[in-house]
Design a protein around this ligand. Sequence first.
Ligand code: MN
Length: 338
Amino acid sequence: MNLESIKAVQQLLSQPQKIVIVPHKNPDGDAVGSTLALYHYLINRGQEAVVVAPNDYPKFLKWMPGNENILNFEKQNSQAKEKIAEATVVFTLDFNHLGRIGQMQSVLEDLTVPFVMIDHHQAPSDYAEIMYSDVSMTSTCEMVYNFIEFLGDVDKITSEMADCLYTGIMTDTGSFKFRSTTGRTHRVVADLIDKGAENTQIHHRVYDTNTPGRLHLLGCALKNMVIIDKYRTAYITLSQEELDTYEYQKGDTEGFVNYGLTLEGIIFAVIFIENKEEGIIKISFRSIGEFSVNEFARAYFEGGGHDNAAGGKSDRSLKETALYFESLLENYQDQLQA
Ligand SMILES: [Mn+2]
């Protein structure tokens, strides 16, 4: 974050503001953790602040301190709209394009108040007056830690904030193993533990939350896995019928895509999940090393994300999508073949 932006934030926060903090739609651990940590920080500074999430998120994220104060734009629509209408500043966290917030997009686009973006995804759009955008960062949570440090307030990080920030760094780094993880990341995490983050509890609360249905769905997903050794690729399909059979709940397929990468020699893993209600196939891409799934998702599946983790979608049927995907691999044989 450059000096000019830091000064601009300091200027904003030197006055009492009504602040709305927004994560992306289908918020993950990093989105919920970063918005709640910032929420606590701003409240502790004497600001009025509220987190408005575009929609609901999984139960394994609902233990975080301050969770009960998050407004769900879908379920508490009039209350959320009221808060947004009163806002004097909007913080958007863990996304960089207003298309990522679903029905909240048009409401936020109508605002004329300053926006502050804190985000680590590629290709930010230019809706925010103040931008802290850095694709080298593991997570928005690590950036919120930095943001608080830029403002000279690291000593004001409470155990509640530490719990939230730890969660987002942990989930966005696959428990500190993804390429973006640096020595600095570990120093931040170490400091968060010193400040009271309950690391063992957090791992347990986020990861040890399987239902029998989810484990059976995982079994089905693994059985469906197609391995294409030639291109060091593995992909999974899940049909709506299979999801229904195992009483799919929102968030149940989280992390399934990563199983492909646990196979020796596989560097590209994908999951295709049928969504009958939206009439699309939702896709997650993961890679190890140089192969950019961000570029792949952008080129063929109306998506994007990071170099090693991206999302996308398809309007074709599940079967056709998988066949189309397979046909694309030979375009990348120089990168995918061993
Ligand atoms: Mn993130």
